[in-house]
Design a protein around this ligand. Structure first.
Ligand code: M6R
Length: 609
């Protein structure tokens, strides 16, 4: 998820662009750049790191013009570097892009054959060359962008500017948001409304397939056939802080809602449906290293460790591959019996967690192939591992991890498919069937999110309690751990996750009418056993909040509250179930007036031991 801004008016574009990027920096911050049309020439400036590095560089010169585009990057293809920073240029054309171009390799090869030279490792640069080529064929800037996007597959929001057409900015969207704005004497485009609010509240949201045309006199759009299209003007009444959060009261809630898209982005371009296979060409270790791994190890901390535990159930059940899962801080000192040829998966949102990094280095020293599954491109883990599988969830701002967790599980689904097919444990049909299940997940998560009001009413009933217990069996045991961790982090309520069958070995002593128990009981083969545990709790007067599958009414009479999730395989129900628990925790935290995005004592990235 990157931030895009464009300005055309009478003021100094450099100032407007930098101001806009500052407001968009929450969307990505590994590099930033602007292109300004100065005296008929396109001037491009980029810097790696936070926006302030670009600001410092611009203080050394007088970059002045009245039209320009800017970008703050959250890398997906190509590490954070000046060459990979946007805007990207081809001749007299510059563009910025948010999203992923899935067919960029094919396009790149074709363009190289036609003599185009590439300066970056990004998927974006193909757009600049295609646009320049299309203009060279005699099209206007909007028509050239229309022709360009017809060649692209994937998701994008694009803004472009051409030196030979100084009075127009163009924009295109498919799957990534883009908004145009108009004030008295200037026009704008941006990824979201945040940077527009100081100048105008009169905006127009582009729809997928639209090409936006932005001039000093106004904003218009054409559709994918090139015909003028009318889009409603919207008057925005958010304040700037609300706008950054997309109108959500907290980043955490926004990030929970982003999960359907994040799941799709993690899957995008990484499977070949016809063959029922995963396509992990972006993980750079030899494919047979994964297939023939002696032992698979997973190391991680906190929420990422819970994702690792989900991975163990998944690998063992789906592809019959044994897996050992460790907490980073334990693995690194426990003399684990790692051998040459083993594979270690290091899971981390930030890619900077000191304990996971330490474990990863130790495994590498012992001869394992290390694959990191990380969200932040160019992070230390990504750089130090033999292969990287990026989760592509976009920046996670809230300290409580949500979308990164589901992204990690999706990445593990892909790895399981890859190994299962490679080892012939999964047939082509089974692979396709598995992909169908994965591709249904965004819709299932959406369905849970739409029923948020039910979770809010559960939260209202129990938010003043001091203790919670979460119980689950099988793959839902790590989800119980994660549900409890989420609750304790953002509500300061004491919460424990337990394997449901373990409860009778101790925690049952705590159960009374003041201990709400969250029971995860989707309809799987362990359902009857979990229901027995639920009964043990109920008999001791604890309020029970049950999560089960749609269509199940057996628990209605047994539990105090029942929330249903789409009826899917146990291995996959972990995802919609997690989202429901995230929402429950979120509402309880918010009702207790906790600073949900920045809970006390926690840090987003834990870079100390
Ligand atoms: O960046 P990482 O995924 O390596 O972080 C690991 C943990 O610090 C992190 O998951 C932590 O538990 C979160 N606050 C959970 O919400």
């Amino acid at each position: 998820m990157c931030g895009i801004i464009g300005y055309i008016g009478h003021a100094n574009a450099t100032d407007v662009l930098i101001d806009g990027l500052r407001r968009l920096e929450y969307r990505g911050y590994d590099s930033a750049g602007i292109a300004v049309l100065q005296h008929g020439r396109l001037e491009v400036r980029q810097r790696v790191g936070k926006l302030r590095n670009l600001e410092e560089a611009l203080k050394q010169e007088d970059l002045v013009g009245t039209a320009g585009i800017g970008h703050t990057r959250w890398a997906t293809h190509g590490r954070p570097s000046e060459d990979n920073a946007h805007p990207h240029r081809s001749g007299n054309v510059v563009i910025v892009h948010n999203g992923i171009i899935e067919n960029y390799l094919v396009l790149k090869q074709r363009l190289e054959c036609d003599g185009y030279h590439f300066e970056s490792e990004t998927d974006t640069e193909v757009i600049a060359h295609l646009l320049a080529r299309s203009m060279a064929e005699g099209r206007s800037l909007p028509q050239a962008l229309l022709a360009t996007v017809q060649e692209l597959r994937g998701s994008y929001a694009i803004a472009g500017l051409c030196g030979s057409d100084p009075d127009t900015l163009v924009a295109a969207r498919s799957g990534c948001s883009l908004v145009l704005g108009q004030s008295q004497d200037a026009s704008f485009l941006a990824s979201d409304v945040t940077p527009l609010l100081p100048y105008t509240r009169n905006v127009m949201f582009l729809e997928d397939g639209d090409i936006g045309i932005v001039t000093r006199h106004g904003i218009t759009a054409i559709d994918r056939e090139g015909r003028p299209v009318f889009r409603d003007r919207v008057a925005i009444d958010w304040n700037a802080e609300e706008a950054e959060r997309g109108g959500y009261p907290h980043f955490m809630l926004k990030e929970i809602h982003e999960q359907p898209q994040a799941i799709l982005d993690t899957l995008r371009g990484r499977y070949r449906y016809d063959e029922g296979e995963a396509d992990l060409g972006d993980v750079t270790i030899p494919p047979d290293a994964l297939m023939n791994a002696g032992q698979i190890w997973i190391v991680a901390c906190g929420t990422s460790w819970h994702a690792g535990l989900v991975g163990k159930y998944l690998f063992e059940e789906l592809i019959r591959k044994p897996v050992q899962v460790d907490i980073g801080s334990e693995f690194r000192y426990r003399k684990a019996m790692v051998r040459k040829g083993d594979v270690l998966l290091a899971l981390s949102q930030s890619g900077e967690t000191a304990d996971t990094l330490g474990a990863m280095r130790e495994a590498k020293r012992l001869g394992a192939y290390v694959v990191s599954v990380v969200n932040v491109v160019g992070s230390t883990m990504a750089r130090e591992s033999d292969g990287v599988l990026y989760t592509r969830c976009g920046p996670e701002i809230s300290v409580a991890s949500t979308k990164a967790f589901t992204g990690q599980i999706i990445a593990l689904y892909l790895l399981a498919l890859h190994i299962g097919r490679g080892r012939n444990v999964l047939s082509r049909d089974k692979g396709q069937w598995w992909l169908d299940q994965c591709l249904a997940l965004p819709g299932q998560v959406e369905h849970v999110i739409k029923r948020d009001a039910e979770l809010l009413s559960v939260a209202k009933r129990f938010y003043q309690k001091d203790n919670f217990l979460y119980l689950g069996r099988g793959i839902h045991y790590p989800i119980a751990l994660e549900g409890a961790l989420k609750l304790k982090e953002i509500s300061y309520i004491h919460a424990e996750g337990y394997a449901a069958g373990e409860m009778k070995h101790g925690p049952i002593a705590l159960i009374d009418e003041n201990m709400p128990v969250v029971v995860l009981a989707p309809r799987d083969r362990l359902y009857p056993k979990t229901v027995s545990n639920l009964m043990e709790v109920k008999t001791r007067n604890a309020p029970v909040i049950a999560f089960t599958s749609e269509g199940d009414h057996d628990l209605d009479a047994l539990a105090d509250c029942v929330f249903t999730i789409p009826d899917t395989l146990a291995l996959l129900s972990a995802i919609p179930l997690t989202v429901a628990l995230q929402l429950l925790a979120y509402h309880i935290g918010a009702l207790r007036n906790i600073d949900v995005d920045r809970p006390r004592n926690l840090a987003k990235s834990v870079t100390v031991e």
